[in-house]
Ligand binder design. Structure first.
Ligand code: PHE
Ligand code: NA
Length: 436
């Protein structure tokens, strides 16, 4: 079998991980989660989750991956013993299901991008009697959605089939910088719009009352969003760290990745809300359709809306593609390492399976709720907790030893890290005993 691939450059790994982290979660989900959760108050809670749980959990995945140099199934088995293969199997399963609908949603963004190429959003809306919701219903279900899902999966498979260096690393070196430039440009543009101010205050004024009233639903929502946005709980970071050839300082790498993901999520809010408010729209409930419906109405209304919209939807497609690659890479690495498949066959075969599973979503959005609800609320949190149990409770010494490579003496950081991984598990146990 061919030699296992590695990243060509220092930045290749970081860009790939940033590309994975920054995705639909940042742009399609985060702004509305924040608005629903009481603005800045939710933001504070989310940041705490990222720092206190997300960061330690990311290091845990890095350590497992770099130590074992395997896909999640092989990595967890090597790290924790044979029974842990099944946890790895769940990770691969999550990757399959998550990518299947992620790709369909990415296809919707391609569709809206194409609308911008074809003419003004105002004209398109007129064709639907001004009803952006009707337009959404029409564009996201049926043949168009199916074709664009096909296209997006084909692009994802193409990149992953080319390999870690020639495919993923090359792609993210272009995509991630482009993404950042585009989003900063959009945020600046949004800032210049009349009425943008209302957007900032809606987004950023803290309503601590919302948290006090709803903390039982907001806390798990913030935790789920934290794992989702950092691509934790299903083995992306295990897989990407398994391609590290040198012993790097994983703590600074983790901080860099988290810094970019959080910064870009925040930036997305600075794009979305001023645009909404400048068009006189009040963002309502969150949910998958909000960004499409609201943004279309806004782009139909504001001057330069056609170009602005085209750039916005296109940017989201780029973000989604660099995340999709990472999802397919988990599944592909599994097929290569564990089943001895050649890379292009693994990527193609698994891509086809994922593609087929996603097809129902292009016919009825019921499937989206079904898939997404299951993954986001249950499985990612489960996956992240399993890695934390393994690293924090079962083999902490190996983990500390591995983390110290490339850093040197950890001082008291090792204890802080291990306990940061252990405590959430205790909390979850206590809460479930209390509830159950
Ligand atoms: N982090 C990605 C986002 O925010 C989603 C994702 C989750 C990607 C898990 C890979 C693994 O959109
Ligand atoms: Na993200």
């Amino acid at each position: 079998m061919a030699q296992r691939e590695t990243w060509a450059t220092r930045t290749g790994f970081i860009l790939a991980a940033v590309g994975s982290a920054v995705g639909l979660g940042n742009i399609w989900r985060f702004p509305f989660a924040t608005a629903d959760g009481g603005g800045a108050a939710f933001l504070v809670m989310y940041l705490l989750f990222i720092a206190l749980i997300g960061f330690p959990a990311m290091l845990a995945e890095f350590v497992v991956g770099r130590k074992s140099k395997r896909n999640p199934v092989g990595a967890l088995q090597e790290y924790g013993g044979d029974a842990w293969r099944y946890v790895g199997g769940i990770f691969v399963f999550i990757g399959v299901v998550l990518l299947s609908y992620y790709s369909v949603i990415a296809g919707w963004f391609i569709r809206y991008f194409l609308e911008g190429l074809r003419g003004s959003y105002a004209d398109h809306l007129t064709a639907y009697n001004g009803e952006a919701a009707a337009m959404f219903g029409d564009l996201t279900v049926g043949l168009d959605a199916f074709v664009l899902h096909t296209l997006f999966m084909a692009a994802t498979v193409g990149i992953v089939a080319l390999g870690v260096r020639q495919g993923i690393e090359l792609a993210v070196k272009v995509m991630v910088p482009a993404l950042i430039v585009l989003l900063v440009g959009l945020a600046v543009w949004a800032f210049t719009l009349d009425g943008a101010g209302g957007g900032y205050s809606y987004y950023l004024s803290p309503e601590f009352g919302t948290i006090a009233d709803n903390w039982t639903t907001l806390l798990p929502a913030a935790a789920g969003q934290a794992f989702f946005t950092l691509s934790l709980g299903m083995g992306v970071m295990i897989t990407y760290a398994s391609y590290l050839s040198e012993d790097r300082n994983l703590a600074t790498d983790g901080l860099t990745i988290i810094g970019f993901d959080t910064g870009i999520a925040f930036l997305a809010g600075l794009v979305v809300f001023p645009i909404f408010f400048s068009a006189g729209l009040e963002p309502g409930e969150g949910g998958p359709s909000t960004i499409f419906i609201g943004m279309t109405e806004a782009f139909a209304d504001i001057t330069g809306g056609q170009l602005l919209g085209l750039v916005f939807f296109g940017t989201v497609v780029v973000a989604a593609l660099s995340s999709a690659i990472s999802l397919l890479e988990v599944v592909t690495a599994y097929a290569i390492d564990e089943k001895g498949m050649e890379r292009w066959k693994a990527a193609g075969g698994m891509g086809l399976l994922i593609y087929v599973i996603g097809i129902p979503v292009t016919y009825d959005l019921i499937f989206l709720d079904l898939y997404d609800g299951f993954i986001d609320a249950v499985l990612l949190v489960f996956g992240a907790l399993m890695v934390m149990i393994l690293v924090g409770w079962i083999a902490p010494k190996v983990a500390v030893n591995e983390l110290s490579k490339g850093i040197g003496d950890l001082g008291s950081f090792d204890l802080a890290w291990i306990w940061a991984i252990r405590v959430p598990i205790i909390i979850v146990l206590v809460i479930s005993l209390y509830l159950g």
